[in-house]
Ligand binder design. Structure first.
Ligand code: NDP
Length: 296
C-alpha cells in the first residue's frame, strides 16, 4: 500500500478561501480583524514563525501588529505590553511567541492575556473550555489536525487514535479535542510519552497515529498499523550537506518507509505546519466576529 498524501498546503488554502468570504463580510460592516504578535529575543526559528504570521495576516487583509523586543525585556515590561493590547479595540488576537527568555514566567504572561483575545488557546480558561466542550479558542496545531482529518475524509469517530507526545501545546490538547462527544471527534484516544513501556505495542493499535515528539524519523514502519492514518507534527531541522542551505526539515515519522504501510500520511514540510498558521487566522476572525457580535 502506498499512502495517500494529506496535503496541508491545499487544505489550508481551502480554509483561507472560506476565511476570505468571512473577512469580506466583516469588512462590509466596517470591521477589520486584528492580530498582535509579540516576539521577545532573537531566536531565528521564532523570528521566522513571526514573519510567517505577519505575512498570513497581510495576505488575508487583516490588521496586524508585530512587536519585537530584546531578550533583556523584563517580565513587567512584557505584562504592560499585554495590558495595552488587551485594551486596544483594533486587536482581536494576541499571540506571544514562545519560548520566552528564561527570566520571564510564561504562565504569568499567558494568564495576563484577555481570554477573549487568546487566539493561541493557551489561557487556562480556554484550556478548560476545550476540555468540557464549551466554545472558546482551540489551540491552533491540534485544531488544524482535526480539520486535516475531517477534510481528508478521515473522520476520527469510533477510531482508535494514538497520540505520541503529551505537551500542553500539541499532545494533550489534540487528545482532548478528538475525545470530545462532538462532530469531528468521538475517537477512542490513547496518549503515549517517553515513560510509556513498549511504545510499539501501543502505536501498532492506532487506526490514526499523531506523532508529536520532536525526534527526527522516530516512528518507523514496524511501529504502525497496516493502513493507519499518520499525522506527523514533528518539525525537526537536521543537517544535510546535500541541501543548498546545509539542512532540511523532517518530521517525527520515517516518511519513506511508513508511507508504504499507511493509508494516508502528512508530509513534512507541507503537512501540519501550514494548518497551524491558518487556524491562527481563523481564530482571529472568530474573535473579531464575537467581539462585534457578528454571526458570520
Ligand atoms: P515537547 O518536547 O514539548 O513534547 C514532546 C513529547 O514527546 C513529550 O511528551 C515527550 O514525553 C514525548 N517523547 C519524547 N521522546 C519520546 C520517546 N522516545 N518516546 C515516546 N515519547 C517521547 O514537543 P512539542 O509537543 O512542543 O512538539 C513536538 C514536535 O512538534 C516538535 O518537533 C515541534 O517542533 C513540532 N511542532 C510543530 C508544530 C507545527 O505547526 N508543525 C507546532 C508545534 C510543535 P515526556 O512528556 O515524557 O517528556
Amino acid at each position: 500500500m502506498t499512502a495517500k498524501i494529506i496535503n496541508g498546503k491545499e487544505i489550508a488554502e481551502q480554509i483561507r478561501q472560506e476565511l476570505r468570504t468571512k473577512i469580506a463580510a466583516l469588512k462590509a460592516r466596517g470591521i477589520t480583524p486584528g492580530l498582535a504578535v509579540v516576539l521577545v529575543g532573537e531566536d531565528p526559528a521564532s523570528q521566522s514563525y513571526v514573519r510567517m504570521k505577519g505575512r498570513a495576516c497581510e495576505d488575508l487583509g487583516l490588521y496586524s501588529k508585530t512587536i519585537v523586543k530584546p531578550a533583556t525585556t523584563s517580565e513587567e515590561e512584557l505584562l504592560t505590553i499585554i495590558d495595552s493590547l488587551n485594551a486596544d479595540p483594533r486587536i482581536n488576537g494576541i499571540l506571544v511567541q514562545l519560548p520566552l527568555p528564561k527570566h520571564i514566567d510564561e504562565n504569568k504572561i499567558i494568564l495576563r492575556i484577555d481570554p477573549d483575545k487568546d487566539v493561541d488557546g493557551f489561557h487556562p480558561i480556554n484550556v478548560g473550555k476545550m476540555l468540557i466542550g464549551e466554545p472558546g479558542f482551540l489551540p491552533c496545531t491540534p485544531h488544524g489536525i482535526q480539520e486535516m482529518l475531517m477534510r481528508s475524509g478521515n473522520d476520527p469517530e469510533g477510531k482508535h487514535v494514538v497520540v505520541v507526545g503529551r505537551s500542553n501545546i500539541v499532545g494533550k490538547p489534540v487528545a482532548a479535542i478528538l475525545v470530545q462527544k462532538a462532530k469531528g471527534a468521538n475517537a477512542t484516544v490513547t496518549i503515549a510519552h517517553s515513560r510509556t513501556r513498549d511504545l510499539g505495542s501501543i502505536t501498532r493499535t492506532g487506526d490514526i497515529m499523531v506523532a508529536a515528539i520532536g525526534s527526527p524519523e522516530f516512528i518507523k514502519a514496524d511501529m504502525i498499523k497496516e493502513g493507519a492514518v499518520i499525522i506527523d507534527v514533528g518539525s525537526n531541522r537536521v543537517s544535510d550537506p546535500s541541501a543548498k542551505r546545509g539542512y532540511r526539515w523532517t518530521g517525527d515519522v520515517d516518511f519513506e518507509a511508513v508511507k508504504e504501510k499507511a493509508s494516508a500520511i502528512t508530509p513534512v514540510p507541507g503537512g501540519v505546519g501550514p494548518m497551524t498558521i491558518v487556524m491562527l487566522m481563523s481564530n482571529t476572525v472568530l474573535s473579531a466576529s464575537r467581539a462585534h457580535r457578528q454571526d458570520i
